[in-house]
Design a protein around this ligand. Structure first.
Ligand code: ATP
Length: 365
């Protein structure tokens, strides 16, 4: 049944390929929702381009718009030449500040090998890879961005922050997520893998200890503990073993890009960044300045992030119609990949962003 609820979606197109993939997503979401149009898209500036114009990567009006919206959809932020005096990129402050201000503590990246998509792993077949990297999104090493110390140009430090509260809530989300899923492809077991470096740093040993405490509340879900270096190798050699991986911020950032490469690349991997009440959706990739403006970016990562947004809104508001629309878009994308007729260059095809978007929109109609 179709609800009459309308949802305000704050859309930040951003930098590089951001405007291209974000426009594709808005077009697909409009096509999928037909005459009813339950999504009201409101555009706001943000990212490196906004910084160059206004001095802020997250302008005040954009933050206010994000606060008022039902969900936030983002293209990508960052331009390699827009940097602070310390060498860090200004565009990063869009997402990092938004995450911190809205307390979007969970960064959820899905890695699934779809039929028709070739993995960079020689032996992987569709169905072999289907796991989630759940990255703690507001603490860890990145929490000290801007707060590090550079001493007389001879040494630099940043501080890794791990709190009990922050770790407990991300660990709990990992176990809850595992309960909803079907287990690891290899053996069907619901499994949470805690990714850390507990043998080297106290902060990671603490992260592991707190996760172990939460694991006791979930005896139906298997738990295991793996050092990040070993895990990086295992994600290549035995990806089917994994179901849900929970990691500190920086480790999660790194292994989720590795994960994306095993299922067709960054261009196809979606992300949901969630707090208790707010959701922010964007592809796993960055602004890809090397291919920006050429019309060849793969829009699927952002479109699938739009699908995650519909599913999240549907669950939050009990709106079955949005879940139905999400399922419809997902099916069309899976068929498009399986047919292999309209694939962008990163997936081994020659299609442009526009051709992929048009193919999805006409299949939806
Ligand atoms: P960030 O740190 O902001 O996540 P990054 O440094 O990881 O960014 P990306 O911008 O994600 O880098 O780009 C990495 C590589 O992947 C580039 O070669 C880029 O062209 C490619 N890439 C990223 N996104 C896409 C896409 N949607 N379609 C095709 N290629 C992409």
């Amino acid at each position: 049944m179709q609800s009459d609820r309308k949802y305000d979606i704050a859309v930040i197109y951003g930098d590089g390929i951001g405007p291209e993939v974000c426009a594709a997503t808005v077009e697909v979401l409009k096509a999928a929702t037909g005459a009813k149009q339950p999504l009201n898209f409101i555009e706001y500036p943000g990212g490196a381009g906004a910084y160059l114009k206004t001095g802020k990567a997250l302008p005040d009006e954009t933050y206010a718009g994000c606060l008022n919206a039902d969900a936030i959809l983002h293209g990508a932020a960052g331009l390699p030449n827009a940097v602070y005096a310390d060498g860090t990129e200004v565009g990063m402050d869009f997402g990092l500040v938004l995450r911190a201000k809205l307390d979007l503590y969970a960064n959820i990246r899905y890695s699934k090998l779809y039929p028709g998509t070739t993995s960079h792993l020689r032996y992987a077949k569709p169905g072999d890879i289907d796991y989630v990297v759940l990255r703690e999104n507001v603490e860890g090493l990145y929490a000290s961005r801007g707060g590090g110390v550079v001493l007389r140009d001879v040494a630099a430090t940043d501080t890794l922050v791990v709190t009990r509260e922050g770790t407990e809530r991300i660990a709990r989300m990992a176990f809850e997520l595992a309960r909803k899923r079907n287990g690891a492809p290899a053996d069907g077991k619901r499994r949470v893998t805690v990714c850390d470096k507990a043998n080297v740093l106290r902060s990671y040993a603490f992260f592991r200890k707190v996760c172990a405490g939460v694991a006791k509340e979930y005896p139906d879900v298997e738990v295991e503990y793996t050092y990040v270096d070993a895990l990086s190798a295992f994600l290549v050699t035995r990806p089917s073993h994994y179901d849900v991986i929970v990691a500190e911020n920086m480790f999660g950032d790194i292994i989720s890009d590795l994960a994306a490469a095993t299922v067709g690349g960054l261009g196809i991997s979606p992300t949901a960044e969630l707090g208790d009440t707010r959701g922010y959706f964007q592809a796993a990739h960055g602004s890809a300045p090397d291919i920006a403006g050429q019309g060849i970016a793969n829009p699927l990562g952002t479109i699938l992030s739009g699908v995650l947004m519909l599913e999240w809104l549907s669950e939050k508001h009990g709106d079955a119609y949005l879940a139905q629309v999400a399922g419809k878009i997902r099916n069309v994308i899976e068929k498009l990949l399986a047919d292999g007729a309209v694939l962008t260059r990163d997936l081994g095809g020659t299609a442009t962003t526009k051709e992929v978007t048009n193919a999805i929109c006409s299949a939806l109609k």
